[in-house]
Structures are given as structure tokens and as C-alpha cells.
Design a protein. Structure first.
Length: 687
């Protein structure tokens, strides 16, 4: 250890480091804080803590370090009867010093001597390193040569003049400059916040100045900083990680939907920063495994599900905000989070019902001796945006719950070894229909109940056969009969073009290594989708049907004057109607085009020559634009996401968020897109 490192006074992290830091902070803040005007270093540290100039941890380390180093200084001068400040190198002298510092022998070193000196040196190195780290951290604020004197003076001036405030802040677009510098603002009332603001003030003011409403952006930024607990922590993050500054300003200016999440659960910040470093969204399989681990032995699902949803929607939204992902990838990721949450609730609630009522078993032929016991399987079809993996941040879950057939529950449970075992307790046996109705009922309650953690998702069951008057869960044979006897309407067949299986009760079993059961499970799921496709193509799509679809679209347009993006002429519905009409018309001959995602379907239709390259570009680019605009309004927390906001400030924020210089340019682009889509619709639906 060199002499510079061994000198307790002027060496690395020594007494002078602590005194220099204390004196610097006294000069910086002592002008309007008389309590700091003391010549005693330890008393000054106490006052720096009381006035918020240092943190509790910094105060503890600096106070301990100062007392420790002064004690070493005194022991050295007594030992050598000299005014010395250097720790001796000779082992014997070092051991004597350690013993005088109350570090007693706790073992024997390789030379057979006590190791009090090793313990002493370890403590010395720890505290001096901590002292220097704190000094560097605090003074690093003033190493930025770009900091302008005017902004620094304004932040450090306890009573700045009104004209000075106006002169400096007006150029950044603030309307109420005096309010920005109000001492009651947390970022000014806490000395440490003000201190670390100095390090980022030029970049911060410039970034905020580029937002449509700088005053509002700063207020929200401060609210996020306060929610994080350590009021100066966010400014310190900006100082050490400059890209995070631009991100948070953009978050606070354009995405209250995301900042509300972060304020409600500040612990998500670490996960958010990690996800930005990884720069990718985890696939659905990884999400399923992660949520399953969180739910093991959980007494309450709601807080786990809410936390999981927000933990993953936040990075998805931030990537959307930073334009790091396409609208297609964003909506797929949002849909995957919803599907994973739904699956977990289905599995958990199914297990609870089995414990109370037994396992649903298909009806057996009672005339046959030893008829095999067959599990009654259950699956949920996702429909609409959920089925198409096209959800936005506010989308509902459109679902159609299906079960295999009639029967009743029996007091058995499926074993992971591949056979039924008797339940160890009595159960109330109920018909399969009632069992699965109960499952859907509790599923909706878990997902849609507004509790302490908010509402997870709104579940929409209106698309099931017979709507509100129908059973919550539908048997596969009932679904087939409903459509095959002519009861099902054309719009319901359209609805099924979006269908995909999003959950089933056999998922745990299907992951087990039992080929027999996996084959049976696969057969059931394939049977579900075969039934759906059979329903779609049981009746050829006629010219009369195409006219009916056009009339249906006209009714939707005329009944929704306030809907600009979804149901207006040239809206998302027009693109979806074109795709669904072509699927119903040609899907039986070209099954490759029968997929649930609109973008995927358009690609397949272009590849097979069903639509031209020009129509493909019009529909794909237009649909992406409308979906992206919808997502932007979700991020702005608009009550309606299908109508351009009526107030000018929000219009400006929406335009900037969508990447347009002005509201006029955004509206011009919207009109251009919708005109092109409407013209395309008229070609596919003439008349």
C-alpha cells in the first residue's frame, strides 16, 4: 500500500477529503442555512443531514469515516511521538496500531501471527473508499463543462428575482416561470434534489422545452421522482445515465398511462431499465413460466397478476414510445401478456373447482361394463382483437368458452403419472355444464373485478351463441348445432375468423411426458378448430352475403358519429371486413389464408395473388397507422381511443407522439389513409 493510500489525512479518502466535501457543501448552502455555519466537522455533518444536503447513508459513512481516521491519527502520534499521519508498513508496527485501535486477534495468519492488522486494514480500506466515492459522486455534478452559469445560479439562488426567472426559463417554453421556481416544489425544497439537478439542468430544460406543454411535463416528472421515494434519486440517475433523461421526459410528456403505473409501483423502475438494456420483449413461453413460478402456493392471485401485467406492459409501452418496435409487434406483445394472465387464472380456478366438485368426466355408456373414464376437456377461444393478437393497451378480452360434452364431475383427480386418483375427501358432484359455467363465472370475476389493484381486464362474453341469454360455457356440439341449423348469423361467422385457442385446462398435463394424454389433448384442440372452420365454410359466401356485409358496415358507420378510427368510413373495420370477406369466400379453397391476425392474413393474400401489391400496401400501411394512432391515445390516457381529442393541447401532444410536427399534418395523414382504405373497400364491396 503506497504512502498516498496510507496517509490518513491527505491520502485517498482521508480526513481532507471529508473536510473538503463538508466545507464545499457549507459554502454552497450556508448562505441561506445558518445551521450549517459551524467549524466542527461532525456537527456540520449532522446539520447537512438535517437540512437534506446529504443522505442518511452518506452521513453514516462520512461520520464513521471521520471519527475512525481521527482516531488513527491520534494513535499514530502517541505511538511515535511525532506529528505523523501515515500508517506504518512494518508488520510489527502495524499490528501494534491495530491493537491500539481495538482490533483484537481473531485468528493466526500464515506466519503464525495474529491477524488484527488484516481486520484493521480491511476496515480502513472500506471507509476510505466510501469517503472518496461520496466525494466523487457529489462533485461529479460540477464536472460538466456544458452547464451554463445562468441556470446554475438560478438553481442555487435562494431568492431569485422574478425578471431573472423569466429571462432564463421563458426560452424553454414555460408559461408559469415563477411556479417552476416555487420553493414548495419538491425538486427545490429538498437540497439534494436541487444539487443533482445542476448536473442535468441544460439537457433537462432542453428536453422539456421540446415537449408541447413544458410546465405539465415538469410537474409529472417531479411526481414520478417523488413516487420513487428518494427524491434526488431520479436526478442522480439522469446524471449517470443521460439516455434515461430523454426517456423520462418523453414518458412524462406523452404517456400518463405508463407514468401512472410507475408511480403506483416504483419498484418497476429496475425491471424497466433492465428491459431497455436487453432491448427485447420476452416470448410468451418465458412469460408463462415466470408467472407460474410467481403463483406457486400463492394465497391471492390478484396482486400477483396485476403486478405481472404492469411489469410487462411498462417496457412494452416504453418501446412503443421510443419507436423501438412496430405497432404489429407491440400489439402482439400486449396480447401475449393478456393470454398468459388468462391461462394462469383458468388453471388456478379449475384446480379450486376440482377440489370442491371433482373432475368433469364425459358421460359414459352405462350399458357397457367397465366403460373407460374420459376427462371432459375445456378450451377458451379468443375472438376479436384478443384472438387476432391485435390488442391495444385498453382492449377487452373477447372470449368464447367451450367444453367437450355432457357428463358430470366425479371424485377423482388426474395424476401427473397419467391416470385418475380418488380425491381424499367428499365432493358435491355437479353436471359438466354447471361446472364450466362456474369456472367462467369466477374467471370473469377474477379478471374484471375492480379491487385494490384495479381491474385486470374487461372480459366480453357477448360473442357467444345466443349472446347474453346463452350459457356462459358452450359445449362443442351446441356450438356446431347453433350454426349448422341456420341459427347463427353472418356476423357471427365473421367473428370466428379471428378465433384461436388462448387457454385450456389441460395445459399442465400436456407439458408432462405422457404421449397418450398429449395425443388426446391435441385431438380435442384440433377438433375445436376443425369445428370452427367447418362452421365458417359450411355455407358458401354469396353475393347476397357480401351485400349484407356492406349494409352492416354502413350501419356501423352511421351509428357511430364520434368514432373516427374504428367504425368510420376508411377505418379499421373496413380493413377487417375486406379480410374477413375474402377468408369466408376463399378460405375453403385456400386454407393458408385462414389465420386470425389481420397483418398475417394480408401477407398470405398478397403471396397467393388474392390481393394486389397496391391493395396490400394500402391496407397494411393504413391499418398500421390507425392501430398506432389508437395506441398513442391509450398512452395519453384518453377516455375514448377511436376519436381524435377535441381540445387543442391534447391534439398537439397526440400529433407529436405520433411523429407529426402539427395537428394539421396528422389530420391530413388520417384523411389520406382513410380515403385510400374506403376506396379499396368500395372495390371489394361494390354497390
Amino acid at each position: 500500500m503506497g504512502e498516498t493510500l496510507r496517509n490518513v489525512k491527505t491520502g485517498y479518502g482521508g480526513i481532507r477529503d471529508i473536510e473538503f466535501l463538508v466545507q464545499f457543501l457549507q459554502l454552497l448552502h450556508g448562505g441561506d442555512l445558518p445551521a450549517l455555519r459551524t467549524g466542527n466537522t461532525l456537527l456540520a455533518l449532522d446539520q447537512l443531514l438535517n437540512t437534506g444536503c446529504v443522505t442518511q447513508q452518506e452521513w453514516e459513512l462520512l461520520s464513521q469515516g471521520y471519527s475512525f481516521l481521527r482516531k488513527i491519527e491520534h494513535r499514530l502520534q502517541v505511538m511515535f511521538d511525532l506529528q505523523t499521519h501515515t500508517i506504518p508498513e512494518e508488520p510489527e508496527e502495524l499490528q501494534k496500531l491495530a491493537l491500539r485501535m481495538d482490533y483484537h486477534v481473531s485468528g493466526i495468519d500464515n506466519a503464525g501471527k495474529g491477524n488484527a492488522s488484516a481486520t484493521f486494514l480491511e476496515r480502513f480500506r472500506f471507509l476510505t473508499k466510501a469517503n472518496r466515492n461520496i466525494l466523487d459522486h457529489v462533485l461529479n455534478v460540477f464536472q460538466n463543462n456544458e452547464i451554463t452559469a445562468a441556470e446554475v445560479d438560478l438553481l442555487l439562488d435562494p431568492q431569485p428575482k422574478t425578471e431573472t426567472i423569466q429571462q432564463i426559463l421563458e426560452k424553454y417554453g414555460f408559461e408559469d416561470c415563477e411556479k417552476v421556481m416555487d420553493e414548495k416544489n419538491p425538486y427545490l425544497s429538498v437540497r439534494r434534489c436541487r444539487h443533482f439537478l445542476i448536473a442535468v439542468v441544460p439537457e433537462l430544460l432542453q428536453e422539456i422545452g421540446h415537449t408541447p406543454q413544458p410546465d405539465q411535463a415538469l410537474v409529472m416528472l417531479d411526481a414520478v421522482a417523488e413516487a420513487l421515494g428518494d427524491k434526488g434519486g431520479l436526478w442522480e440517475l439522469f446524471s449517470s445515465n443521460k439516455p434515461s433523461l430523454a426517456l423520462f421526459v418523453r414518458l412524462c410528456a406523452f404517456a400518463p398511462f405508463l407514468t401512472d403505473m410507475l408511480r403506483a409501483d416504483p419498484g418497476m423502475l429496475d425491471g424497466l431499465m433492465d428491459s431497455l438494456v436487453l432491448d427485447k420483449i420476452p416470448p410468451r413461453s418465458i412469460l408463462e413460466e415466470a408467472l407460474a413460478r410467481l403463483c406457486v402456493n400463492a394465497e391471492q392471485l390478484e396482486p400477483i397478476l396485476a403486478g405481472f401485467k404492469h411489469d410487462h406492459l411498462l417496457p412494452i409501452g416504453v418501446r412503443n414510445l421510443l419507436r423501438r418496435s412496430t405497432v404489429r409487434a407491440t400489439n402482439v406483445a400486449i396480447s401475449d401478456v393478456a393470454q398468459v394472465c388468462l391461462k394462469q387464472v383458468v388453471l388456478s380456478e379449475y384446480a379450486q373447482l376440482v377440489r370442491r366438485h371433482g373432475t368433469p368426466i364425459l358421460a359414459r355408456d352405462e350399458t357397457v361394463t367397465d366403460a373407460p373414464v374420459s376427462l371432459c376437456r375445456f378450451a377458451i377461444l379468443g375472438l376479436g382483437k384478443f384472438g387476432g393478437r391485435e390488442m391495444n393497451y385498453h382492449s377487452d378480452l373477447d372470449i368464447l368458452p367451450l367444453f367437450e360434452g355432457d357428463g358430470k364431475t366425479e371424485p377423482v383427480i388426474w395424476s401427473e403419472r397419467g391416470h385418475f386418483l380418488p380425491l381424499p375427501h367428499a365432493v358435491e358432484s355437479i353436471p359438466n355444464q354447471l361446472f364450466f359455467n362456474k369456472l367462467v363465472q369466477v374467471l370473469v370475476k377474477r379478471l374484471s373485478h375492480f379491487g385494490p389493484w384495479g381491474k385486470l381486464y374487461e372480459v366480453d362474453l357477448r360473442l357467444r351463441p345466443m349472446g347474453k341469454s346463452g350459457a356462459l360455457a358452450t359445449s362443442l356440439s351446441t356450438l356446431e348445432a347453433y350454426f349448422m341449423d341456420g341459427t347463427g348469423e353472418l356476423w357471427e361467422r365473421q367473428m370466428l375468423t379471428k378465433a384461436r385457442i388462448v387457454a385450456n385446462t389441460d395445459m399442465k398435463i400436456s407439458r408432462a411426458n405422457f404421449k397418450h394424454f398429449r395425443l388426446r389433448l391435441g385431438d380435442f384442440l384440433q377438433h375445436v378448430m376443425r369445428t370452427v372452420r367447418m362452421i365458417q365454410y359450411a355455407y358458401p359466401l354469396t353475393e347476397s352475403d357480401i351485400k349484407e356485409m356492406r349494409h352492416m358496415r354502413s350501419r356501423l358507420v352511421n351509428s357511430n358519429d364520434d368514432d373516427q378510427l374504428k367504425r368510420s368510413s376508411g377505418g379499421m373495420i373496413d380493413v377487417e371486413f375486406i379480410v374477413q370477406m375474402l377468408q369466408l369466400k376463399l378460405g375453403s379453397q385456400k386454407p393458408g389464408i385462414v389465420v386470425s391476425n389481420t397483418f398475417d392474413t394480408l401477407e398470405k393474400m398478397r403471396a397467393t395473388g388474392i390481393i394486389s401489391e397496391a391493395d396490400y400496401e394500402t391496407l397494411t400501411e393504413g391499418y398500421a397507422f390507425l392501430c398506432s394512432l389508437t395506441n398513442s391515445m391509450c398512452l395519453l390516457n384518453q377516455r375514448t381511443t377511436t376519436q381524435i381529442p377535441s381540445d387543442e393541447p391534447t391534439q398537439v401532444r397526440l400529433a407529436k407522439l405520433a411523429g407529426y410536427e402539427s395537428t394539421e399534418k396528422l389530420i391530413a395523414k388520417l384523411n389520406q389513409v382513410q380515403t385510400a382504405i374506403a376506396n379499396c373497400f368500395d372495390r371489394f364491396f361494390p354497390g
